[in-house]
Design a protein around this ligand. Structure first.
Ligand code: B4P
Length: 192
């Protein structure tokens, strides 16, 4: 059964929204690197202070900070039986780091799922979220920067997982429940 999953996709494609429901369906925790950073930021921890400027400008937090944080989170008992990684890996270096981390534990990733969404819809969704949540990185110039960073650093990751025969692509357009259904079909084939 699929238990170790990474969720890929542009900002606003629904990763955070969908990770929670998918994690429940698979019986594993949803681990969002963005949410962990935001929690640390809100609590003014040293990790939050290190991440703040990168996040506010739409840039990625440096790999060494992010990788150490993920290694720590994956070592917690609730992740022993599987996980949904939402927003990690986001660079090719993070893919290599995740591979090494899983290899030392003698486990493998089951699936990488890419949520696809056209960039016009991305901007619309994030501007809508800005009205509701007021996140510092949801202003239009920062959203455009996040999309540019996504194209350059994160988009190439899908091809790596495709080469390994581990990529599923899921259409992120439409209502949250419709996307959730497509995602469940990708992760929980009828034989599971
Ligand atoms: P994230 O928290 O991952 O932010 P995100 O890419 O915007 O995705 P998120 O999960 O929040 O939004 P979602 O698509 O669910 O990252 C924030 C920052 O943290 C990064 O820019 C970076 O600085 C840092 N960071 C995180 N991970 C890192 C890493 N690995 N390496 C380095 N730095 C890292 O949803 C967006 C909106 O769309 C929501 O308002 C939602 O309600 C709405 N929505 C979702 N599905 C919808 C649907 N079907 N229809 C309509 N609206 C929908």
């Amino acid at each position: 059964m699929t238990k170790r999953v990474v969720l890929l996709g542009p900002p606003g494609s629904g990763k955070g929204t969908q990770a929670v429901g998918l994690a429940q369906a698979l019986g594993v925790p949803a681990i969002s690197t963005g949410a962990i950073f935001r929690d640390n930021l809100a609590r003014h921890t040293p990790l939050g202070e290190k991440a703040e400027a990168y996040m506010a400008s739409g840039h990625l937090v440096p790999d060494e900070i992010t990788n150490a944080m993920v290694a720590d989170r994956l070592s917690q008992p609730d992740a022993a039986n599987g996980f949904i990684l939402d927003g990690y890996p986001r660079t090719l270096e993070q893919v290599t780091e995740l591979d090494a981390l899983l290899q030392t534990r003698g486990i493998e990733l089951d699936l990488a799922v890419e949520l696809t969404l056209d960039h016009g819809r991305v901007v619309e969704r994030l501007l809508h979220r800005a009205e509701i949540e007021g996140r510092a990185d949801d202003t239009e110039p920062v959203i455009r920067e996040r999309l540019a960073v996504y194209r350059k650093a994160t988009e190439p990751i899908a091809a790596v997982y495709a080469d390994r025969g581990k990529l599923a692509s899921v259409d992120g357009h439409g209502a949250v429940e419709d996307v959730a259904g497509r995602l469940r079909n990708a992760c929980l084939p009828p034989s599971d």
